[in-house]
Design a protein around this ligand. Sequence first.
Ligand SMILES: [Zn+2]
Length: 231
Amino acid sequence: MKEMLEYQKLEIELNKLKKNADNVEAKNVMAQMASYVKDAQNKSGKLESDASKLLSEYETLKANYDKTTDQVNNILKNDVGKMSAEEVTAMFGEVNKLSSDLFMLERKLNFIITNAKQLLKNFEITRNNVKKAKIKHREAKEQLDETIKSYEPKIAEVEKKLAELEKKVDKTLLAKYKTLKSENVFPVFVPLTQDACGGCRMNIPTSRLSKLNADGYITCEHCGRIIYIQK
Ligand SMILES: [Zn+2]
């Protein structure tokens, strides 16, 4: 029983070391940064598709603008001297209409240019934030690796002790211990505390107490832990 308790103590120590080696804070930062980068990548994809829509809108409007400009230039090539007063009036009417079309097209084009500039700015901001997030992720990863590395020798030492002790402990007790541990009953061995189970605090009947005294240990009927007498 003495070796078995030492074994359990070492396993508790090992669990504590493993828990400390698991740098939760660094892991959280890593997860946050990874999720940010993923979102940003989706956002960049959306910005790219917006930009390509804007470009095609721009090209359509620009073609329209060039065509209208050509129409105006062609009309203005007419020799006014050879035209009747009605023809001249009609011609100026046509030019005026086309001019106002050009004005509207120009406004739309400027609007697109402003939007494109804003898009580009957002794109830059996102790209810079992704860079920062990647740096933070790398730093957190380095911290995590460092923490793990700093605990490695201690963990190895305890694991070695456990392996050595495993050869000495009572095989029956070790088997019981491993079964209960695999069922998430931990610690498996608890001392008798004021005639009660040291794990679940359930009182032990007198008949069971004499069995405990005779055998050195009993199984708690309530929580399944193994109760021993602390010397
Ligand atoms: Zn119990």
